[in-house]
Design a protein around this ligand. Structure first.
Ligand code: ADP
Ligand code: MG
Length: 394
């Protein structure tokens, strides 16, 4: 267990918090402030503890240069509105300079300041020790609350903990709780659903989960690489040709481990990768040579639904079809509904899966939707995330 901000007395302490304020911008304005809102509980708690709160984050890819289109000033303004106080913002091309040091030193308990985009510094993404030391020098305690970048060892996510005691904020605590217990100590039956487009990206996750789950469900575009490994005709469906052999190995591995692996038994095929394309529902051994698999079929939905109804833990990564096109979204929607209806702990990892659940209005029916695409995948691969490893153990 990792120490959290609740485990330490932070009264009057100067605390530096790594947040994920990597919000999308359009014409100089924030177009989606979900990540800012998500950071508020940790910040509010620290203020209630009467800490002096210094926030830091990256935004976009300024590539180690002070490019002002990536300034965090708009984030400071939005935070000021939500927190109903003046979030001090001292811009600096080098993030930490004398003016910033003075402002940090003068920051009183109950006050908040935000530093400039940490990626203005080229050392940030190389985990430069000097920059980490500069950041650490501003505070007495480091709080990690940026899950989306926790899989990167950067100065502001990992290096800073070389010089300060490190605690997890509420966002990190929640991610570790749900993803961690799902992978290490799941309530059974434990079902993983894997989908999406490329097998290659997900193989490490499947390899890690295959010995841990009771049932592995494969859907989406990656199913066709498994079909190929089974010797089926897949027409013009998406194929990860380099990984056909590995797909076959994974099926063998599942069999050896006594893990049930469910592949779609039917699919929705189309002539073209287009919502309005001519389409048909076919069994998996009937895919026409000139058509491509776009979604799982109704028999498959029923099969998956039965398995999900009895599950106690479900981890879902990757949509069941091309859900962005309404005519090929039914399978993904049905699986999302099955998760929403079941009593299991349901965990969604992966950007597109989370977007799908949002699109169908089912987000609040899930136990946990991970906020970090890449980070949640690495977590499910069983990797140690550098930004989490640095947090002190209880
Ligand atoms: P996540 O972000 O949840 O990890 P991925 O990025 O791996 O998911 O995959 C999502 C993408 O996979 C979606 O854009 C979706 O359209 C695509 N996809 C799903 N099924 C198919 C299919 N049968 N053919 C082509 N693309 C597919
Ligand atoms: Mg994706």
């Amino acid at each position: 267990m990792k120490k959290t901000i609740k485990d330490v007395d932070l009264k009057g302490k100067k605390v530096i918090v790594r947040c994920d304020f990597n919000v999308p911008m359009q014409d100089g304005a924030i177009s989606d402030d979900t990540r800012i809102k998500a950071a508020l509980p940790t910040i509010r708690y620290l203020l209630e503890q009467n800490a002096a709160v210094i926030l830091m984050s990256h935004m976009g890819r300024p590539k180690g240069e002070p490019k002002m289109e990536f300034t965090l000033k708009p984030v400071a303004d939005r935070l000021s509105e939500y927190l109903n106080l003046d979030v001090k913002f001292v811009t600096s091309p080098v993030v930490v300079d004398d003016a910033v040091r003075e402002a940090a030193a003068a920051l009183a308990p109950g006050e908040v300041m935000l530093l400039e985009n940490v990626r203005f510094r080229p050392e940030e993404t190389k985990n430069g020790a000097e920059f980490a030391k500069e950041l650490a020098s501003l505070a007495e305690v480091f709080v990690q609350d940026a899950f989306g970048t926790a899989h990167r060892a950067h100065s502001s996510t990992a290096g800073v903990a070389d010089y300060l005691p490190a605690l997890s904020g509420f966002l990190i605590e929640k991610e570790v709780k749900f993803l961690g217990s799902a992978v290490e100590d799941p309530k059974r039956p434990f079902v993983a659903i894997m989908g999406g487009a490329k097998v290659g990206d997900k193989i490490p996750v499947i390899e890690n989960l295959i010995t841990k789950v009771d049932t592995l469900i494969i859907g989406g575009g990656m199913a066709y690489t498994f079909y190929k490994a089974m010797g089926l005709e897949i027409g013009t469906s998406i194929l990860d040709a380099d990984n056909v052999g590995l797909a076959g190995d994974l099926m063998k591995k599942a069999e050896d481990a006594g893990v049930k692996m469910l592949l779609p038994v039917d699919c929705v095929v189309a002539k073209e990768f287009d919502n309005n394309s001519e389409s048909a529902i076919v069994d998996r051994d009937q895919i026409p040579a000139d058509m491509m698999g776009m979604d799982i079929g109704p028999k498959t939905v029923e099969l998956f639904r039965q398995t999900l109804a009895d599950a106690a833990t479900v981890v879902w990564n990757g949509p069941m079809g091309v859900f962005e096109m309404d005519n090929f979204a039914k399978g993904t929607k049905a699986v999302a509904e099955a998760l929403a209806d079941c009593d299991a702990i349901t965990i969604i990892g992966g950007g597109d899966s989370a977007a799908a659940v949002e699109k169908f209005g089912l987000a609040d029916k899930m136990t946990h939707i991970s906020t970090g695409g890449g980070a949640s995948l690495e977590f499910l691969e069983g990797k140690v995330l550098p930004g989490i490893a640095v947090i002190e153990d209880k």
